[in-house]
Design a protein around this ligand. Structure first.
Ligand code: NCD
Ligand code: ZN
Length: 339
């Protein structure tokens, strides 16, 4: 049994920088036409020059001319009208808003999202047709953070009706109705939020490799999000939020948030869609929806998957990067890439 996917996109990806970049880029570059690359480096990618230089490093690390890194600018207090205009003219279509302190690499984020200075930048983004991607979490109780952020999405979606806003990595079933309510609000779904719950993080022995922000939630949330993905709901695209950290930085007292899923994304998705008899919807979920929502080209990159067993590595790494443990390390899936 075989499956072909034409021109898939990963609309939320962390590639980090040298040397991690060299170790992880190939997993995405080989199988996706493009990916929206997150700007939460240290220092953040918050101006055109940094974004263009980072793009060059990514292209070099990928060594695959069929892959396009879609660059985003980190929305810091520094970003102003002139910088954003210049970035758009140079082809940058995305800005990423992190509430300050919400997640890994969000120290330079925005502390008052509805402050006049931020709204001014968003107005410019609306006029330029730049897409706003948001990590939507408050600083409240961890299981309520996403729901507590809904009022900000509602306010932004109504204040800027022509601004395309992406609610990143949905984790709470209550967010689905919010995305459906506003014409200019869209969302991404990760592999981990549609397949796992908080039990996988703390239900047995603590599993730091399933620890991410937003935190995995209840089985009810997981199942509702899975149904959205399986139906290839037209407002939701696939965004892995693959976020590699060194094993040593996950398995320690200050365990970093982020799940590294890049090496297994499409085989794992094929297995889930197959198990639910929805294989026919997988291409819409990973390719068509992103092409339509973000106006991305359908390239002639064809990814072939076949029904044969594929074992996820226990860890990846080499000389310069010691170990990074992927999601589902050591597990065998029944779908694999056809080489
Ligand atoms: C991401 C990271 O490690 O950069 N971590 C995560 O838990 N998802 C940041 C993010 O997207 O929140
Ligand atoms: Zn992320």
């Amino acid at each position: 049994m075989q499956l072909t996917l034409q021109s898939p996109y990963d609309m939320h990806l962390h590639l980090r920088d040298t040397p991690m970049l060299e170790a992880v880029a190939k997993y995405t570059a080989r199988y996706f036409s493009g990916a929206l690359v997150m700007p939460n480096l240290n220092p953040p990618v918050d101006c055109l020059d940094l974004a263009l230089a980072y793009k060059e490093r990514i292209l070099k690390a990928c060594g695959d001319s069929t892959f396009t890194p879609l660059m985003s600018l980190y929305l810091t207090e520094k970003l102003d009208r002139a910088q954003l205009k210049m970035a758009k003219e140079a082809g940058i279509q995305f800005i990423k808003l992190y509430p300050k302190g919400a997640t890994t690499g969000s120290e330079s984020g925005v502390s008052a999202i509805l402050a006049p200075k931020v709204l001014e930048v968003l107005e410019v983004a609306q006029d330029l047709g730049v897409i706003l991607s948001i990590h939507g979490e408050s600083n409240g109780f961890v299981m309520e953070r996403e729901a507590e952020f809904h009022s900000i999405f509602a306010e932004l979606a109504t204040t800027f009706p022509r601004l395309k806003i992406i609610f990143e990595h949905l984790s709470d079933h209550r967010s689905i109705a919010l995305v459906e309510k506003y014409d200019n609000l869209f969302a991404t779904l990760t592999l981990h939020h549609i397949t796992l719950s908080l039990d996988d993080v703390i239900g047995g022995a603590l599993n730091p490799h399933c620890f991410c922000k937003p935190i995995l939630k209840t089985p009810k949330d997981r199942d509702a999000l899975l149904q959205v993905a399986l139906s290839a709901h037209s407002k939701f695209s696939f965004g892995s939020d693959s976020a590699p950290h060194l094993q040593a930085n996950k398995e320690c007292a200050k365990g970093a948030a982020g799940i590294f899923s890049a090496p297994l994304l499409l085989p794992a998705l094929a297995e889930i869609f197959d198990a639910h008899h929805r294989l026919e919807n997988l291409e819409s979920f990973v390719a068509h929806n992103a092409q339509r929502i973000y106006h991305l080209p359908k390239t002639d990159k064809i990814v072939r998957l076949t029904k044969k067993s594929f074992k996820v590595a226990d860890s990846i790494g080499g000389d310069s990067i010691r170990s990074v443990v992927p999601l589902f390390a050591g597990r065998t899936f029944s779908w694999d890439y056809e080489c």
